[in-house]
Design a protein around this ligand. Structure first.
Ligand code: GLY
Length: 391
């Protein structure tokens, strides 16, 4: 570790590494610092859904546009990453089904499907027979399903490994530090203090996931409102190969199931407001298994391998914080909530553009870090240009 870098990224998750890789490719000296190994936070727990259509919710138009842009960025990103790292990020263009477990689910999902189509999204209602023709493992009690052919998944752990390798190939450095705090002087962020050692940087990008809102070293007025949103998730093992549980990403109103095609099956995820609690609970495990087996009864036969919890970085409006912060030198790339894996490539490109003084993708317009009142770089510049009236 040197004493000074062009950029330091705090956080070696999928978002931090995407930013770091892009920045290193522009020839900058870049250090990524984290309290753990790459992907040891939420990225290592995530299912890896690239699912803008089946994540779309009423009243979240800006998030939908952003998620669609995020999905558009993924194919080229995955290809380039595989080429640069010689590692497969595990993107599988599977399509997705949102399955109605019973009649009531069916009513709700038909409304959701109509909403998706009213937004011009690619989504189609399937009868029980059509759904079971596509996915023979679905329960005979299934009451139909939404088919979203464009939604799919990637392997987040594989992506993180590929990003770390590609980043190091570009000359980037990774460091683990028990404690990471931002350093400020003269009203600007000047670097970080990693386990007590000061390291200077022109830009510090905070991509510390759920911990971004409480990162040490910043005045209260310069913080962003990121809070942890707990998700419990199960790793199961099935036969894989020619006997997948489902060829597509399968979701219901209560869970999602990702069969990676190699025997690994993921069932997620709870959504809980419990602060920094990362315990796996009996209720969480029970509810996930109950929800998965009601539509995919063969889940009963699978081996349970892992039960984990991760903390999503939630924001008040479910949009991330991407852009310059209230202090010079401070940049945010956090608050991606349920969509961190989906939005990592777009965020990485945006942060690289930002440091090159280029415009950000239009879809990131509503993601200004200062939108809840804390000042960001832009409003500071406007303020200083405004004459202050005499008292
Ligand atoms: N992206 C799904 C989740 O956060 O659980």
């Amino acid at each position: 570790v040197q004493r000074s870098y062009d950029a330091i990224v705090v956080g070696a998750g999928i978002v931090g590494l995407s930013c770091a890789w892009r920045l290193a490719r522009t020839g900058r000296s870049v250090l990524v610092v984290d309290r753990g190994a790459p992907g040891s936070g939420a990225s290592g727990v995530a299912a890896g859904m690239l699912a803008p259509v089946t994540e779309a919710d009423f009243g979240e138009a800006a998030l939908l546009e952003l998620n669609l842009a995020g999905a558009r960025a993924w194919p080229a990103f995955a290809e380039e990453l595989a080429e640069r790292s010689s590692l497969d990020p595990g993107r599988r263009a599977s399509g997705a089904l949102v399955v109605a477990a019973d009649h009531d689910d069916g009513l709700e999902l038909r409304r959701l499907g109509e909403f998706q189509r009213s937004l011009g999204l690619e989504s189609r209602w399937l009868t029980r027979r059509e759904a079971r023709e596509l996915e023979p493992g679905l329960s005979p009690r299934t009451a139909g399903a939404i088919l979203a052919p464009g939604d799919h998944h990637v392997d987040p752990a594989a992506t993180v490994a590929a990003l770390a390798t590609a980043f190091e190939h570009e000359g980037g450095e990774l460091a683990v530090a028990a404690e990471v705090a931002l350093e400020t002087a003269g009203g600007r962020v000047t670097g970080v203090r990693a386990s007590g050692t000061p390291i200077a940087a022109e830009h510090v990008i905070v991509a510390a996931g759920a911990h971004s809102g409480v990162i040490a070293g910043l005045p209260e007025s310069a913080r962003v409102r990121v809070r942890p949103v707990k998700g419990q998730i199960l790793g199961l093992r099935g036969p894989g190969g020619s006997h997948p549980l489902a060829a597509r990403l399968v979701r219901t109103l209560r869970c999602y199931v990702v069969d990676r095609g190699d025997g690994r099956v993921v069932v997620g995820a709870t959504t809980e407001d419990r602060g920094f609690d990362e315990r796996v609970t009996a209720e969480g495990v029970f509810r996930l298994l109950e929800a998965a087996r009601e539509v995919l009864p063969d889940v009963d036969e699978l081996e349970v391998v892992t039960a984990r919890a991760g903390l999503r970085p939630g924001s008040p409006d479910n949009l991330p914080f991407v852009g310059r912060g209230a202090l010079e030198g401070l940049v945010w790339a956090t608050g991606h909530g349920r969509n961190g894996v989906l939005l990592a490539p777009l965020t990485g490109t945006a942060i690289s553009a930002l440091l090159d003084e280029e415009p950000l993708p239009a879809e990131l317009g509503p993601c200004r870090p200062g939108r809840f009142g804390a000042l960001d770089g832009q409003s500071l510049a406007l303020r200083s240009a405004t004459p202050v009236p005499a008292p």
